[in-house]
Design a protein around this ligand. Structure first.
Ligand SMILES: NC(=O)c1ccc[n+]([C@@H]2O[C@H](COP(=O)([O-])OP(=O)(O)OC[C@H]3O[C@@H](n4cnc5c(N)ncnc54)[C@H](O)[C@@H]3O)[C@@H](O)[C@H]2O)c1
Length: 274
């Protein structure tokens, strides 16, 4: 029989498409500024969240907090995303607890204390650390968890590049502040962008969708001068809130985005539009 080429939208439950009920979602950088909002949003939409972060961030305690607030099973895993051994153990403990994986959100980033160093002074060690955690960490979670999803019916991956893998930093943004944006960060994020597009095409027929969310200027008690500078260069004249980034994650993780892959959803208040 010929497949049906049209569907009647009145038969579709659009609200239900956004649900993550019962889905197992692994979120790295879970205890960070945006990661916490990712975890809370996924939990509110019914997901079992696997909260992943470094041991010092105590992801197990955060997972317990989520579990109690949402009365749903969660898991906290402490690791280094740049270690294949750790990421393989993450796969094992997630499958052991839940038996499946439906989604992966790579929200980790390295914030070396040297991250605001001038380009001329960046050491090889610092470059390696940033690229290792940001880019290699994303490669490893995609390779280990993404391959599992590709071999087991599919899933949704969201990687996080940066506005600075889309455009160069406007150096005037940092004038009069103690902030800056290092080249290693931009370069590692550019790699994440390219890797994500590669995997979107590579796994498209395996039903693993690979998308990106690009946040920009998420409010975190920044110094006043930075806020003022930011407002001057932003069409919306403000920084964003972490929950504004998390809403995009729900769309890309859920069946509501079933025909979306290889996309980079810019949650940047129009920063790159002019
Ligand atoms: N905050 C922003 O304005 C902004 C803008 C653009 C892009 N981003 C990106 O969004 C994502 C989240 O940003 P954020 O502001 O929440 O960052 P954050 O620094 O608050 O959180 C990052 C988390 O990653 C964890 N992490 C660091 N190294 C790790 C490792 N080796 N293994 C596992 N976890 C590790 C940290 O412990 C931390 O909890 C990052 O990828 C960041 O680059 C953020």
């Amino acid at each position: 029989m010929e497949p049906k080429r049209t569907t009647d939208p009145t038969t579709i439950n659009f609200r239900e498409k956004f649900e993550l009920k019962g889905k197992v979602i692994v979120i790295t950088g879970a205890c960070g500024l945006v990661g916490r909002a990712f975890c809370e949003a996924a939990a509110q939409f019914g997901a079992h969240v696997v909260a992943v972060d470094i041991p010092q961030a105590d992801p197990a305690a955060f997972a317990k907090e989520l579990e109690e607030r949402h009365d749903n099973k969660m898991l906290g895993v402490a690791l280094d995303v740049a270690s294949k051994e750790d990421v393989s153990a993450l796969l094992a403990s997630t499958l052991d607890r839940f038996g499946t994986i439906d989604g992966l959100v790579n929200g980790h980033q390295n914030k070396s204390h040297l991250i605001f160093e001038p380009f001329e002074d960046v050491s090889e060690d610092n470059w390696d650390t940033v690229v290792n955690i940001n880019l290699k960490g994303t490669f490893l979670t995609c390779q280990v968890l993404g391959s599992w999803m590709a071999n087991n019916g599919g899933g949704s991956i969201i990687n996080i590049p940066s506005t600075y893998s889309v455009v160069a930093p406007n150096q005037n943004l940092y004038k009069g502040t103690s902030l800056g944006c290092p080249a290693a960060y931009s370069a590692s994020k550019g790699g994440i962008d390219a890797l994500s597009r590669y995997l979107a095409s590579y796994w498209a027929t395996k039903k693993v969708r690979v998308n990106m969310i690009t946040p920009h200027g998420v409010w975190n008690n920044h110094e006043k001068q930075f806020e003022d500078n930011f407002a001057r260069f932003s069409p919306m004249e403000r920084l964003s809130y972490n929950h504004e980034v998390a809403s995009a994650m729900i769309y890309l993780l859920s069946d509501a985005s079933s025909y979306v892959t290889g996309d980079n959803m810019l949650v940047e208040g129009g920063w790159t539009v002019w």
